[in-house]
Design a protein around this ligand. Structure first.
Ligand code: NAD
Length: 477
């Protein structure tokens, strides 16, 4: 039965998007010395703003500002003083939460119910959580001496959330930062810069430089950057690891994933189906820890697939600002091409495609929620990250086979286990080579919980006490 809803669009009047943006260096917005680029709304291809592309010279200015602020102000301030700024930022994020959520949905394409109810609340929670650590670093186990200037480069899938994961622990530990948002989603980072001004954060403690790969390269290779924190593709992560090899820069890399979501025959099927849907269609599947490989026990495979398809048919795709929307727009034309190409490889490899039948908007970048059945371990769609709303379905007979298939990947970021047996959850969690294992749930995030990968998913942890390690010199210093 189809449910009809009246459109319920969130107003965008709360957001003031300027025609052009400069760089945020030393507490001020300044014109860059480089060129500029456009950021577009992926749901309708409207050009939103012209944004400065930071040159090497601009990055150098930003690093100098961060160094000055580090030496003269931030590293000399007590932890309790630093905490006051972090709490202030957290509270302003809450106060301006609606504005941030609307802007994130416009620039990224994600549904407003996710930016409003997931991204922004977790962003604020991250600042609150690390504010609490700022005056307790002596109990962290990693010492209390900051590293200096952190160069941070983030992707487009959770623009504001990735910013919070990077900036909150860095500042709490006494470092200053130069951060580059992704080129398709710079706007919420620039609004965050305004929030830093509103919070009276000392100039130079946070610097935001916009641009693409060249700007990122200039940050990570800058000789006066002490710490590199990167979230993005495994390919770029490897290039960064090569760049910093042989320097004394500290590095954390959060890279790609290809998580197994494992459903046993004793699992509560309806709940598991919700978890499968959340695992792969949340944020259009643009999630590094997305449950993109469903491993379902053979005896319940038909039933799970039937219920999954029925549930998928109720997903609402469309205007990201509509409060009823479950699945929004693909972030860019380039990413849409990648999803299409890899899906076509799935067809060519003989997997069977099923997609939700729905009318897609004529403008913007869209891809319907899709599943491939008949997938084998050898298929590229089972091995490579698609980073879109596409699920590969494999089956297994025994727990050992499930483990073997789940771990048969170059990645190791996350996994899900659905079963009624607590003992099985524990034994699976011990044998899965994944940084995070969710049991009878998926995509649960909390600032107190560390997150990170094994193997080609990167190294270092973000979140929790462990997230402090990457920003401190260590217990012996
Ligand atoms: P990407 O690697 O292309 O870009 C990420 C960022 O790096 C962008 O800001 C980009 O401008 C910059 N960049 C590009 N080339 C660079 C270079 N040579 N030097 C320095 N910076 C450079 O990745 P993407 O396509 O934007 O993001 C998607 C990827 O991110 C996926 O693979 C996903 O799994 C991964 N990701 C991982 C996590 C995690 O926590 N492990 C979280 C989110 C996304």
């Amino acid at each position: 039965m189809a449910f009809e809803y009246a459109p319920a669009p969130e107003s965008r009047a709360i957001v003031d998007i300027k025609p052009s943006y400069g760089l945020f260096i030393n507490g001020e917005f300044v014109d860059g010395t480089g060129t500029s680029f456009k950021t577009v709304n992926p749901a309708n291809e409207e050009v939103l703003a012209e944004v400065a592309e930071a040159s090497d010279a601009d990055v150098d200015e930003a690093v100098k500002a961060a160094r000055r602020a580090y030496t003269r102000v931030w590293s000399r301030m007590s932890g309790a003083e630093r905490a006051k700024y972090l709490y202030r930022i957290a509270r302003i994020i809450q106060e301006r939460g609606r504005e941030l959520a609307v802007l994130e949905s416009i620039d990224n394409g994600k549904p407003i119910k996710e930016s409003r109810d997931v991204d922004v609340p977790i962003v604020a929670a991250h600042f609150f959580y690390y504010a609490g650590w700022a005056d307790k670093l002596q109990y962290s186990g990693y010492g209390s001496t900051p590293l200096g200037v952190a160069g941070q480069v983030i992707p487009w899938n959770f623009p504001l959330l990735m910013l919070a994961w990077k900036i909150a622990p860095a500042l709490a530990c006494g470092n200053t930062v130069v951060l580059k948002p992704a080129e398709t989603t710079p706007l919420t980072a620039l609004l965050f810069a305004e929030i830093c001004q509103q919070a009276d954060l000392p100039p130079g403690v946070v610097n935001i430089v916009t641009g693409a790969g060249d700007t990122g390269r200039a940050i990570v290779s800058h000789p006066d950057v002490d710490k590199v924190a990167f979230t993005g593709s495994t390919e770029v992560g490897k290039a960064i690891a090569r760049t910093v090899a042989g320097t004394d820069k500290k590095v954390t890399l959060e890279l790609g994933g290809k998580a197994a979501n494992i459903v046993f025959d004793d699992a509560p099927i309806d709940q598991a189906v919700e978890g499968i849907v959340d695992g792969i269609f949340f944020n259009q599947g643009h999630v590094c820890c997305a449950g993109s490989r469903l491993l379902v026990q053979e005896s319940v495979a038909d039933e799970v697939l039937e219920r999954l398809k029925r549930r998928m048919s109720t997903l609402r795709m469309g205007d990201p600002l509509d409060k009823n929307t479950d699945v929004g727009a693909i972030n860019s034309g380039e990413q849409l091409m990648r999803i299409r190409e890899l899906s076509q490889v799935g067809d060519a490899e003989g997997a069977e495609r099923w997609e939700v039948a729905c009318d897609l908007p004529t403008k913007g970048f869209w891809f319907p929620p899709t599943i491939f059945t008949g997938v084998s371990q050898a298929h590229r769609i089972a091995r490579e990250e698609i980073f879109g709303p596409v699920l590969s379905v494999l089956t297994f007979r025994t727990p050992s086979e499930a483990i073997e298939k789940a771990n048969n990947t170059p990645f190791g970021l996350s996994a899900g286990v659905w079963t009624d047996k607590g003992s099985r959850i524990l034994s699976m969690a011990n044998r899965l080579r994944a940084g995070v294992v969710w049991a009878n749930t998926f995509n649960k995030f909390d600032p107190t919980s560390p997150f990170g990968g094994y193997k080609e998913s990167g190294y270092g942890r973000e979140g929790g006490r462990h997230g402090l390690e990457g920003y401190l010199k260590g217990a012996d210093s």
